[in-house]
Write a protein that binds this ligand. Structure first.
Ligand code: TYM
Length: 379
């Protein structure tokens, strides 16, 4: 689905293999492009500025953003919802939707609900026990707090700590989704355990949680990467049948793995991935050793023909996450394309930026340990 037509292609919320074709996914999933008109509309509410992830097309597709803005303009404010399946430490891909969500929270002054699906990771990962997924949930919560979300407007909910609330809301959702729908939406076969079959109804809950709490419909906007779309397609189908609004989404592309520009970074191979907890030495080593380069085989060929930033993982990481300044990014792109900048020099720029970013993040994570109680919500 949405990938090359070779046998290796897989695209589900749990696994992405093969080259990702974003235009094709958008068509298959039936989402709208984030276009100039929408960007101009968003700008009206953000003092004329746009987050670099919008300017650069990282958040590239959506559903019902215009409706969210219509309602907002009428005074019917939305809340934000996103989440994480805690199977390991957070990697640098996960924080892309979160950084963007934080910007939205600041600009639109909205409430934000963050779901940590320890139940999901327990039922989907063979090797993880419930103690593991719960302890990763607490670990991953630190990353949300470290990114600087406003504690007065942010709630972090670990699923197993909120079972009573979630189960009651999930049941009517689950009742309206058949096994055959789940099979075709997620590519399950008959070997899927029944926890996995039920799970999507739990991911739907925070999309209506505020409406349930307040006893009236509140619009919900969900920023996430495009791999989570199948969950919200189902939620959008079912929730109106229960009298709720469809949740809106704004979706981003993936931070690619170290090995190449076409796919998705995931936690399963540590040599493909940089975790936000990695130390400077291993960051440097991984990038120098594994980051796929758009440079040429020899220095003289590179000087003559130039490098290709479009396929260069180091450049892509700067673009998606680590160099928010457009002028600086453009300069790097020009110099690399012209052959003036070598691949090693580009990697050195990335390493410096990343080490600074992650050292600051790790400091903030340490401080976040004292703030967990301000954010965590339990039954
Ligand atoms: P999870 O833990 O796989 O991913 C967390 C968030 O990160 C996004 N993501 C990426 N973004 C950019 N580059 C990547 N390489 C990359 N890999 C993952 C995911 O799209 C997600 O937004 N089932 C979910 C947890 C969840 C959730 C939600 C996610 C519960 N409720 C609502 C989004 C919105 C999961 O396992 O995400």
């Amino acid at each position: 689905m949405g990938t090359n037509d070779n046998e290796e292609s897989v695209f589900t919320p749990w696994e992405v293999r093969g080259k990702v074709d974003y235009q094709r996914l958008m068509k298959e999933f039936g989402t709208e492009p984030v276009n100039e008109k929408l960007l101009n509309r968003i700008k009206k509410h953000t003092s004329g500025s746009l987050h670099f992830m919008l300017r650069r097309g990282i958040f590239f597709t959506h559903r019902d953003m215009n409706w969210i803005l219509d309602e907002y303009e009428k005074g019917n404010k939305f809340y934000l919802y996103t989440g994480r399946g805690p199977s390991d430490h957070t990697h640098i891909g996960h924080i892309v939707p979160w950084i963007f969500t934080k910007w939205l929270q600041e600009k639109f002054k909205t409430k934000f609900i963050f779901q940590l699906t320890d139940d999901e990771k327990y039922v989907f990962a063979d090797k993880l026990e419930m103690e593991d997924t719960y302890s990763y949930a607490l670990d991953n919560a630190l990353d949300i707090i470290a990114l600087g979300f406003d504690s007065k407007n942010t709630e972090i909910l670990i699923d197993t700590d909120n079972a009573k609330t979630f189960y009651k809301i999930a049941l009517p959702v689950a009742k309206r989704i058949t096994y055959s729908t789940v099979k075709s939406s997620f590519g399950f076969d008959n070997s899927m355990n029944i926890g996995g079959i039920f799970y999507t109804s739990i991911q739907a809950v925070p999309a209506i949680l505020e409406s349930v709490r307040q006893g009236k419909n509140i619009p919900c906007l969900i920023p996430h990467a495009i791999d989570q779309d199948p969950h919200f397609r189902l939620a959008r189908d079912v929730l109106p049948k229960l009298g709720y609004y469809k949740p809106a989404n704004i979706q981003c592309k993936f931070v690619p793995a170290l090995s190449g520009p076409d796919g998705k970074m995931s936690s399963s191979n540590p040599n493909e991935t940089i975790f936000v907890t990695d130390d400077p030495k291993s960051i440097k080593k991984k990038i120098n050793k594994y980051a796929f380069s758009g440079g040429r085989d020899t220095v003289s060929e590179h000087r003559e023909k130039g490098g290709d930033p479009d396929i260069d993982v180091s450049f892509q990481w700067l673009k998606i996450l680590f160099e928010p300044d457009d002028a600086k990014l453009n300069k790097i792109e020009e110099e690399y394309r012209s052959g003036e900048m070598l691949s090693g020099e580009l990697k050195a720029i990335l390493i410096e930026k990343m080490v600074k970013f992650l050292e600051d993040h790790q400091d903030a994570r340490e401080k976040a340990k004292d703030k967990l109680d301000d954010f965590l919500v339990k039954d």
